[in-house]
Ligand binder design. Sequence first.
Ligand SMILES: [Zn+2]
Length: 234
Amino acid sequence: MHPDLVALLALQDEDTAVAVLEARRRELDARETALDQERVTAEAAIARARSAAEAEDKKRRELGMKVQEHRALHDRHLAALDVVRKDREATAAMAQIEITRRVLAQEESEMQSLATRIVDLNQTAELEQLSLADLAERQGTQRAEIAAARGEVDAELGTARAQRNQTASRVGRPLLQKYERIRGRENSNALYALRGSACGRCNTAIPLQRRNVMAAGRSVEVCEGCGVLLYASV
Ligand SMILES: [Zn+2]
């Protein structure tokens, strides 16, 4: 077997090992991203409840000022009623008082429901805050596990990549470039053994003449069907 082919077969195995480690690394990253997302969602729920409570409180303050104005108006109408002498004026003053009372009653009931909503929203925010604390505690353990696993994977990756680069240096440059191009494109193996007289990947028949060149692993050829590198196993 050609030394290039021997090195290339070893390189392919080592690249597969690197790819497995890289996939594990991505999976750890994804787990951490999911934890971050979970936390962001929990924090957003607190912020939402708090800002809703603030908005309702602002409404309540504004309404409170209106209520004060309307109470003062009501008092003025009452005072006016005391001093009127004529029936017609008294009827008009009574009507004013009635309208103001109705408005006040409505505003006060609205104040009451605002107060209830504010209490509810603050309670929601506090509950969310408590569950965020739980979440942070639970995530602390998970994050530590992820960090430890990542440390291990990174160390293994460092070794595996160094090994892979060392093997790559033993493959002739033109063949290595072809291999890396295919590997980058296909995101899978780039080198396949002939299966019978056909490509081991796509099953395209390889002419006898080319198979003869490849015989006993003397040369590596490109499959015309799928573009991978082909060799004849000894
Ligand atoms: Zn093929």
